[in-house]
Structure formats: structure tokens, C-alpha cells
Design a protein around this ligand. Sequence first.
Ligand SMILES: Nc1ncnc2c1ncn2[C@@H]1O[C@H](COP(=O)(O)OP(=O)(O)OP(=O)(O)O)[C@@H](O)[C@H]1O
Ligand SMILES: [Mg+2]
Length: 243
Amino acid sequence: MGESVRPHVIETVDLTMIYKSGKVEACALRGVNLVVKEGEFVAVMGPSGCGKSTLLHLLGGLMRPTRGRIFIDGTDIGRLGDAGLTEVRRKKIGYVFQRFNLFPTLTAKGNIELAKKIHGNGHLNARGAEEILEMLGLKDKVAFRPPELSGGEQQRVAIARAVINQPRIILADEPTGSLDSRNARMVLRMMRELNEKLNQTIVMITHDHEAAAMASRIIEMRDGQILHRAQHFAYEPEFEGLF
Ligand SMILES: Nc1ncnc2c1ncn2[C@@H]1O[C@H](COP(=O)(O)OP(=O)(O)OP(=O)(O)O)[C@@H](O)[C@H]1O
Ligand SMILES: [Mg+2]
């Protein structure tokens, strides 16, 4: 087909998403072109409704775009069938969702071990569930179930679950949104450590400037598009002063 080589971990071309509910259409992404290189830690910022979660869900192959292409490690995932897409998700991607999506009947440890069973690729360095929970300050909560955990604790379990298999890519939707500043810092430090030591590529949505400062690059979105530098200089100073 004369395809050009796509050497990047993540690349999107003209990525467009229009949600349809009945006769109403919502254009959530308007032709996003994005390249993320191996080992980058990218923070995605922008106002509510600008398309951040939509972008992340598409990058993770959780839904299919209306138009445009997504390359993961050079593979055009739009060309894969459902089974192929599931395999890419399992092998390469760890998710932290805006809502936690933990199994309510399993303990904290059980949730993580399940991820290991389902997605594990026999990685030699895969850490134990208890070790990761300890790193995240949840040593005493290993046997607790999600309804018995606070929102912040559940979020940390979700993060432990995403990183347990050391996926090549971590996609995180406001991972620190429900955490106090101490726990937020703990989680961010851990993500940065994974990024630096394991060269994991991270795309993290955040509203928090302190969290974004941990990233190696910040992408600003508005209204379904990525802002270019010149545009976002025009926005920021005035907005900052208002709050
Ligand atoms: N399942 C859906 N059906 C219809 N419209 C949707 C759906 N999901 C998102 N949208 C619309 O797409 C737009 C982008 O939503 P998205 O969730 O990507 O925003 P966001 O930037 O993540 O916002 P937030 O910061 O509030 O999480 C919004 O206008 C939203 O109403
Ligand atoms: Mg969102």
C-alpha cells in the first residue's frame, strides 16, 4: 500500500469524533494530529468538554473514531478487527479512567491480581500486587473492597492496576483528580518514576498545573482541537488572573 513508516509510539492523523444521540450531533474532536514519542510524558489540559477524554478513549482503542487514523507502535489500529484491537489494548496499554472501574466484589489486591491474570504477558519484572499497593500507601488496605475504600484510595488501586504489567503506554484520565495534595504527589512521583526508569510513554489528562508540571510536554486543547503555541499565549495570562 506504500504506507510510510510510523516510528512513533502514538500518532494520530486528522482524528475526528462526532457523537450522535438521536438527531443531535456533538463534534468532540475536530481533526487532531498528534505525535507522541517513546518515553514522553505528555499532560493534556483544557476546559471541561473540550474533548480530552474522547481523545484518550480513542488512543486506547476503546471506541472507534468517526474519521482519521491512529497508529500505535506503527500499527494502524483502525484496520484491526475487534480481536486485534483487544490484543493491542491488553499488551500495550494501561488505563486509569476518570471513574475508577474497579470490581466492587474483589479486594484491592484481587483487582490488581485480576489485571495481572488477564493482561499479564509474563513480564519478568512485573511487581507483586502487594508491593505496588505498599508503594502507593495502601499497605493496610490490601484486603479491602472498593466500597470500603475512599475515592482517593480507589483511585490509587486503579493506578496500581494500570501499571502492574508495566505496559508500554499508560493513558490516565485525571489520575489525581480525587486525591489530596499529598497523595497526588505520591501518584505523580510514581508515574514519573515509571516514565523515567521503564521508559513508559504516558498521556495524562489533568486540570492541575502542578500535576502538568511533572510532564515533559503539555498539550492544550480547546473545542476539539490542540492549540498551537501562539494561540495559547493569547489565552493564558488573562485567564490565570481571574481565578
Ligand atoms: N457518549 C457521548 N455521547 C454524546 N456526546 C458525548 C459523549 N461523550 C462525550 N460527549 C460530548 O463530547 C464533548 C467532549 O467530551 P469529553 O468527555 O471528551 O470532554 P473532556 O474534555 O474530557 O471534559 P471533562 O474535563 O469534563 O472530563 C462534550 O461536549 C460531551 O458532551
Ligand atoms: Mg473527561
